[in-house]
Design a protein around this ligand. Sequence first.
Ligand code: ZN
Length: 80
Amino acid sequence: MVLNFNCKRCHTNYDFEVGRLTFDENGDGALEVQPNCPRCRSDQWLLSELGQSQATAVQLSDLPSPGHLRPETTAHDSPC
Ligand SMILES: [Zn+2]
């Protein structure tokens, strides 16, 4: 997926294809591909405001839906 970054060195905002964005149990994100700035080639970056909302959207869609966590369904309409 593409995230928007801000270069710490030259303060350019840029889009970068980071591959897969995954989150561990602490909610820390990990990028499959490390971005670097297209202008100065620095690998020192921050997520821009846009990038943060993009990452948050991915994190939320990664969470299992509470409706799917029931261990078993109860049968209310038993024929007996
Ligand atoms: Zn830069």
